[in-house]
Design a protein around this ligand. Structure first.
Ligand SMILES: Cc1cc2nc3c(=O)[nH]c(=O)nc-3n(C[C@H](O)[C@H](O)[C@H](O)COP(=O)(O)O)c2cc1C
Length: 176
């Protein structure tokens, strides 16, 4: 989904974060951090996207990468704050931050806004991390571009779930 146009109002933004903080969270670690990018900061984000496209040999023209950051009025960077000392495995902490990101997208869509989950250009621990103000134990899991949905969304037909679901037989399956 492409997004552009108007972003959420203050109340909408509060609801998006309320939804994020309701994500499943093993051990109540709250292993997520968010950075809002709006107004003038979007230009800096655009420069960072363009710089990554230029220096990391990405298959994207720098001006296209820059335009991507400027197309929506707000971007929310979501990071997982990983606690390596916790008994909760790091992959569960990462999943929890991912669940927060998905809750945010669902909240945005329910309010009628558009939201798009983009990977952080340069990777989770790349140059965007410090630009967003995240620290060394934090990994960016999503750059959520927020705005109004532009154009038609893709064909909503979904695959048959039966291709992805099996039933446990109560004994070990023979994996082919
Ligand atoms: C972890 C994650 C990273 C993603 N990164 C990108 C991305 O960088 N670029 C992209 O085009 N889609 C990316 N996507 C997919 C889109 O957010 C979106 O799900 C996909 O285009 C399908 O659109 P729909 O969910 O509206 O059907 C990512 C999805 C996930 C879960």
């Amino acid at each position: 989904m492409a997004v552009g146009g108007a972003g959420t109002q203050r109340r909408g933004t509060a609801l998006v974060f309320a939804a994020a903080l309701r994500a499943a969270d093993h051990g109540r670690l709250q292993p997520w951090r968010f950075a809002l990018v709006r107004e003038n900061a979007l230009a800096a984000l655009g420069e960072a996207y363009a710089e990554v496209a230029l220096t990391m040999g990405q298959d994207v023209a720098p001006e296209r990468a820059r335009a991507k950051a400027l197309a929506s009025p707000m971007v929310i960077a979501v990071a997982a704050r990983l606690d390596g000392q916790s008994k909760i495995p790091e992959h569960e902490q990462l999943l929890s931050a991912g669940a927060a990101a998905m809750n945010m997208l669902n909240a945005l869509h329910m309010m009628g806004y558009g939201g798009f989950w983009k990977s952080p250009p340069g990777g989770p621990e790349g140059p965007l991390r410090s630009l967003m103000g995240f620290g060394r134990t934090e990994r960016i899991v999503a750059m959520i571009h927020v705005g109004t949905a532009k154009g038609e969304s893709r064909d909503p037909t979904r695959a048959d779930p039966s291709g992805f679901v099996s039933e446990c037989q109560g004994a070990e399956a023979h994996v082919l």
